[in-house]
Write a protein that binds this ligand. Structure first.
Ligand SMILES: C[S@@+](CC[C@H](N)C(=O)[O-])C[C@H]1O[C@@H](n2cnc3c(N)ncnc32)[C@H](O)[C@@H]1O
Length: 236
């Protein structure tokens, strides 16, 4: 059996830097659908503490702009520098809802892992992000989602105690329909991800208090509702 980059990574480091289902594992699966080559310029939007960026820089030798709202770029810079990655990962503070400080067509690839549902579950975000991707380049997103949308949007009773207003969990077909409205994008590789269970199991082992809070939620969920939704496409 093939072992993954993520499985061989420093487990304590990952447990300390995860902010949800293991973003390094999710990024590794997402990246396997993308034509990443050495030196490509990638925007990692909503990178959190940067474990997705670290995978892209270490496994693929890409140049990554690690952009996030909640996590300070100084903290991320220290982390990247300690790993010897300061030349390949550029930390930056952005709020995607306020526009991005980059040149048009600057990135070969834009990725976002477990973050896009906080700011992108609407018709306006994709058309605002796409101009920063080169024509022929790619955008790829992985979000926490649902196997099926809740009927009438009503959260099942067993999940209600855990539900937060900003969760924005939707099904693959909900997201696909949203992205299909964008005429400058050829949709490719939209699917539910295989690493769902393992990525969540990794997270629940983290000492992060939010992980501890998620343990009863995942017990209540019991494999019935959640999915990891992957969306990927090429800018045309
Ligand atoms: C659940 S955390 C996941 C972080 C990281 N991607 C990971 O999986 O470890 C969600 C991330 O989305 C980012 N985020 C939320 N709203 C954002 C916005 N408007 N612009 C940029 N990032 C945003 C937050 O800063 C946060 O780090």
């Amino acid at each position: 059996m093939q072992t993954s980059f993520t499985d061989n990574y420093d487990k304590d480091f990952l447990l300390d830097t995860m902010m949800g289902p293991n973003a390094m594992r999710i990024t590794e699966e997402l990246a396997s659908f993308l034509p990443i080559t050495e030196g490509m310029r990638i925007l990692d939007l909503g990178c959190g503490m940067g474990i997705s960026s670290i995978l892209l820089a270490e496994k693929y030798h890409a140049t990554v702009f690690a952009a996030d709202l909640w996590i300070s770029p100084s903290d991320n810079y220290r982390r990247f520098e300690a790993l010897g990655l300061a030349q390949r990962i550029i930390p930056i503070s952005v709020d995607a809802t306020n526009g991005l400080p980059f040149a048009a067509e600057y990135f070969d690839i834009l990725i976002s892992v477990d973050a896009y549902h906080y700011f992108g579950a609407n018709e306006t975000m994709l058309p605002r992000l796409l101009p920063f991707v080169k024509t022929g380049g790619h955008i790829a997103v992985a979000v926490c989602g649902l196997k099926r949308d809740f009927p009438r949007g009503e959260v099942p009773q067993e999940l209600q105690p855990f539900w937060q207003p900003d969760m924005n969990f939707y099904s693959l077909s909900w997201w696909q329909e949203l992205w299909a409205k964008e005429s400058n994008l050829r949709l490719q590789h939209c699917r539910e991800m295989d690493c769902l269970q393992q990525a969540w199991a990794d997270w629940l082992k983290s000492p992060n208090p939010y992980a501890q809070r998620d343990i009863p939620m995942m017990k209540a969920e019991a494999g019935k509702y959640f999915a990891l939704v992957q969306l990927a496409g090429q800018k045309i």
